[in-house]
Design a protein around this ligand. Structure first.
Ligand SMILES: [Zn+2]
Length: 199
């Protein structure tokens, strides 16, 4: 190939990259990922993707939780940007299990913040939380396997997510550096004779 042809081809590929949304080109893996923002969760490594180089739309928040904005993002990518698969990533030792929500609310109030009066969404000033709603909104949780399993079901059955979208959820074990399906805790099956089924 001549250099001219090579450069022309590069220009074409670059143009497709820049104009992806205008041209209706989906991300490479047609994938939306919802993951915790935790710095120990290496999303690309554990999924074997290059999310920040075109492979996926990666949504991260505290906990990797399906919040209203997660649903908004998933709705857009699945219905309008060609995404066909959703992966939810939660992880062990998540900060969202490190305290009870009520404790955090009290701590904020102690700082002089009127938690029930703070704006939540700049485009929806009418959106406010009912009394006692702030703790729910913070969404601390007690069991990472449970929350992961619940989120899979919730997304699978959500009216804004097309039925043909493949949905899975995984727990990343910070302590082993590996993924597991919710409640499939191998460490519990390898430590004692009872767990190994000895007779
Ligand atoms: Zn986390």
């Amino acid at each position: 190939m001549s250099l001219k042809a090579q450069l022309e081809s590069d220009q074409g590929e670059w143009g497709k990259w820049v104009l992806r949304r205008q041209l209706g080109i989906p991300n490479n893996r047609r994938l939306w990922v919802c993951a915790c923002m935790d710095e120990r969760l290496p999303v690309d490594d554990v999924l074997g993707i290059r999310g920040d180089h075109g492979d996926a739309h990666v949504f991260r928040n505290a906990g990797g939780l399906i919040t209203d904005d997660a649903i908004r993002s998933a709705m857009l990518t699945c219905n309008f940007f060609g995404t066909e698969e959703i992966v939810i990533l939660n992880h062990t030792e998540c900060g969202m299990m490190s305290a009870h929500a009520e404790t955090l609310v009290k701590a904020l109030e102690k700082k002089g913040i009127h938690v029930e009066k703070v704006p939540i969404d700049p485009s929806l000033p009418e959106l406010t939380l009912a009394k006692g709603g702030v703790a729910k909104w913070i969404r601390m949780f007690n069991d990472v396997d449970e929350i992961c399993a619940q989120q899979i079901e919730y997304v699978r059955n959500h009216p804004l997510i097309p039925k043909n979208v493949v949905v899975s959820g995984w727990v990343y074990e910070v302590e082993t550096g590996r993924l597991r399906a919710p409640h499939k805790i191998l460490a519990e099956k390898v430590r004692t004779s009872k767990a190994m089924g000895a007779r």
